[in-house]
Design a binder for this molecule. Structure first.
Ligand code: BGC
Length: 756
């Protein structure tokens, strides 16, 4: 009896073991399959080389005619996050998110990767954030970053890059300011065009986002931006239009609403403006997770792909088509746009091969350092405290919460996982080697800060924001409710096998001052040793009236990428002469800014913010837009306008002489603003319309050419739905920043009629 029971038990146990084994094998196989990258170029052999828009369009039309409804719907949504999540779990780094592969018809997948500060997949290069790159005002450098990002995108097996973040910083509290290029549409547009062209040269489809008006973060899932058409076109959209003109393959709609309508369902934005007005011929994807709520409205607005997986497209869209609620032709049009773009990029010849070790290559890390060095802005340098003299520094103290933190930005969708990150402390230690002692205190103990500062020949206080204090906002279901909570609700994931919960926080940064702890560290350091420089870490500006007069030197170092610490050391010791200029106005306090409520359900975006608001109201900010010092000095002379009168379809050519009047070589950013004093309509006092970065040896003078196309002076006449160039006299204002007293003045006239 016992024997029989034992036998049954044994069989049972064996059975359970076999089932378990089978489950493990099936799951293992599934995980393995999910982790296999999809080849983005495999379908290339099926198509002619270098298809033009027209041939790709014809091929796409033909494919549409051969597709089943399922196949069409399959093009219109992502295939889910499983590969990316599994890669994060098993390899510790992200992988591309795929959409719409169709082997039968030879259609490649979209293989999406974020991000604005480098490719987020694998171990790629972490560049300084977009805002730091904007501060270089260096389009050639931005192109080189784009070239590296394009190569790394391909090396990581992706072909679709979501790093072209073009929203405008209306208010510096904006949580994702670090991902964008500042407050000014012209600078943003130029930076965006430079990087997108360079990325796309590697046959990567660039995605301009978030279209549109995603200039607030905490309320991004619910708020509605009220705006008049003229402000929309003149202030918040020009840089997106430039992206279309420079060939952006794709757009991503924003989470927020515009005038009460979700951007992913907004026909005015996605079709009337983007396609009908600007002639965009690529495809539009949704922002992720909650980017489109209603499939029918999405398709009818012109939203082509729901990312990262089907929620309201997919099965739901199929039913909508089958029941006649969404006309088949609308789906066909979307699929045609998606497929022709994919074919165009797929069939272009690659300029090179993309082996995996291109991602995070040493030359890209070197580029990252160069960008960090050129983006750092010297805000204050009383008594020429900087550069520090290597020969005289025996001991230097590096203090503050971020002194030994390689802060590269938030941990949202733009987070890159490089092989290493150099903190300011590590950067200074590497730089000084055995030549000097680098003392360190994290600032938790203020007495220690004071002690080290007293001992040291100079002190560097590193202050600013950490990844979890500001950035992309991710919330839980509760936080997503319209009219939801007026407090931040970070997303917290705690699974049984996790030691620590996974927390996504972020959101807007209110207030704009440094944290009280940072202020105490500055105070303790400067009290003990007046030879004190504050290095600011972050993606936007800090108000600093309460402490700026207490310290002799301030450097805006931004989130400076994986090589930030080395870059900082070289700037502080003068191996690099700072040449960065602020892409944002630093206000004295919040009263100099437009109204902001991070929890607002509805908010009005008016025509003025940043320097245009300061100009209108006559505010003197702490530091104006375009401001930045150097270890040398420059003078501007002889501003000349080539022809005093130009036709409405013409160009204004301007020259100015810039001289390096100091004793060090340096680079200066000459800025040209156009003034609208004589206008019959309401206009800003001035607008940036050109800039150039020039290298000058000590004593050298260069004549810097700058030009402005007259069409770029137009205002948008909402009644006529047309851009108008006013025939009148315009001011030309050229100098080292946007501050009125820094600018040389001239003028020119725009004639009423075009030249014959
Ligand atoms: C962000 C996008 C990003 C996407 C995919 C969204 O939450 O808003 O900028 O591209 O996630 O990571």
């Amino acid at each position: 009896m016992l024997k029989r029971l034992w036998k049954i038990l044994k069989i049972g146990l064996l059975g359970v073991a076999a089932i378990l084994l089978l489950v493990v094998a099936v799951v293992g196989f599934w995980v393995h399959r999910q982790l296999q990258p999809q080849d983005v170029t495999a379908a290339r052999a099926r198509w002619p080389k270098a298809m033009t828009f027209e041939t790709a369009d014809r091929a796409a039309l033909d494919l549409v005619s051969k597709m089943t409804l399922e196949e069409k719907i399959g093009q219109m949504s992502g295939s889910g996050m499983a590969p990316a999540i599994l890669s994060a779990l098993f390899r510790g780094t992200a992988a591309p998110v795929y959409a719409g592969a169709n082997e039968r018809l030879g259609i490649p997948p979209l293989a999406f990767t974020d991000g604005p500060r480098g490719v987020i997949c694998g171990r790629s290069t972490a560049f300084p954030v977009a805002m730091a790159r904007a501060a270089t005002w260096d389009l050639e450098l931005q192109r080189r970053v784009g070239d590296a990002i394009g190569k790394e995108t391909r090396a990581q097996g992706a072909n679709y890059w979501g790093g072209l973040c073009l929203n405008i910083v209306r208010h510096p509290s904006m949580g994702r300011a670090q991902e964008v290029y500042g407050e000014d549409p012209w600078l943003t547009g130029e930076m965006g065009a430079a990087i997108l062209e360079a990325v796309e040269r590697h046959n990567v489809m660039a995605c301009a986002k978030h279209f549109a008006l995603n200039s607030m973060e905490t309320a991004r899932f619910k708020n509605s931006v009220q705006i008049d058409e003229r402000t929309l076109r003149e202030v918040y959209l020009p840089q997106f239009r430039k992206a279309v003109e420079h060939g952006a393959a794709s757009f991503m709609s924003a989470y927020n609403k515009v005038r009460g309508e979700w951007c992913g369902e907004n026909r005015h934005l996605l079709t009337a403006v983007l396609r009908e007005d600007w002639g965009f011929r690529g495809f539009v994807t949704s922002d992720w997770i909650y980017g489109v709520y209603d499939g029918k409205r999405g398709v009818q607005a012109g939203l082509d792909v729901e990312m990262p997986q089907a929620k309201v497209y997919g099965e739901n869209l199929k039913k909508l088509v089958e029941t006649g609620q969404v006309p088949q032709v609308e789906v066909d049009e979307s699929v045609r746009r998606i497929v022709r773009t994919k074919l165009e990029y797929l069939t272009r010849e690659d300029p090179q091969a993309y082996p995996p070790d291109l991602a995070g290559a040493p030359e890209h890390a070197a580029l990252s350092r160069e960008v960090a060095e050129k983006g750092m802005v010297l805000l204050k340098n009383e008594g020429d405290m900087l550069p520090l003299d290597k020969a005289k520094i025996r001991k230097i103290a590096v203090v503050g919460l971020l002194a030994d933190d390689g802060a590269t930005g938030d941990h949202g969708s733009s987070n890159v996982t490089p092989r290493y990150v150099t903190s300011p402390l590590k950067g200074l230690r590497d730089y000084l080697g055995a030549g000097a002692a680098v003392l360190h205190a994290n600032g938790a103990d203020l007495a220690e800060v004071g002690r080290l500062a007293t001992e040291a020949d100079a002190v560097v206080v590193v202050a600013g924001t950490r990844w979890d204090e500001v950035g992309e906002y991710v919330t839980d279901e509760e936080g997503l409710r319209p009219n939801g909570p007026s407090q931040k609700r970070p997303l917290v994931i705690k699974l049984p096998f996790m030691k620590e919960p996974f927390v996504m926080s972020g959101g807007d940064r209110v207030p704009l001052s440094l944290k009280p702890r940072d202020l105490s560290v500055i105070e303790a350091a400067v009290k003990a040793n007046p030879r004190c420089v504050v290095s600011l870490v972050g993606g936007s500006v800090f108000t600093m009236e309460e402490w700026k007069n207490r310290v002799p030197a301030i450097v805006m170092a931004w989130y400076a990428g994986m090589e930030g610490g080395h870059a900082l050391a070289r700037v502080l010791f003068g191996d690099v002469n700072p040449s960065g200029k602020m892409p944002l106005t630093t206000p004295k306090d919040e009263s100099q800014l437009p109204f902001f409520d991070e929890y607002a359900d509805t908010i009005e975006y008016g025509p003025y913010h940043g320097y245009t608001l300061a100009d209108k109201k006559g505010y003197e900010p702490t530091y104006p837009f375009g401001y930045g010092l150097s270890y040398t000095t420059y003078s501007y002379r002889n501003l000349k306008v080539a022809s005093p009168a130009v036709a409405p379809d013409g160009k204004v050519e301007v020259t100015v002489e810039v001289t390096n009047t100091g004793s060090r070589a340096g680079e200066e950013v000459a800025q040209l603003y156009v003034g609208f004093e004589g206008s019959k309509v309401e206009r800003p006092v001035k607008l940036l319309r050109a800039f150039a970065k020039v290298a000058l040896a000590p004593g050298e003078t260069k004549t810097v050419p700058l030009s402005v196309a007259v069409k770029d002076l137009a205002w948008f006449d909402a009644q006529k739905n047309a851009w108008q160039v006013e025939p009148m006299t315009y001011g030309v204002l050229v100098g080292p920043s946007s501050r009125a007293r820094d600018l040389l003045k001239a003028s020119f006239r725009v004639l009423a009629v075009a030249a014959p």
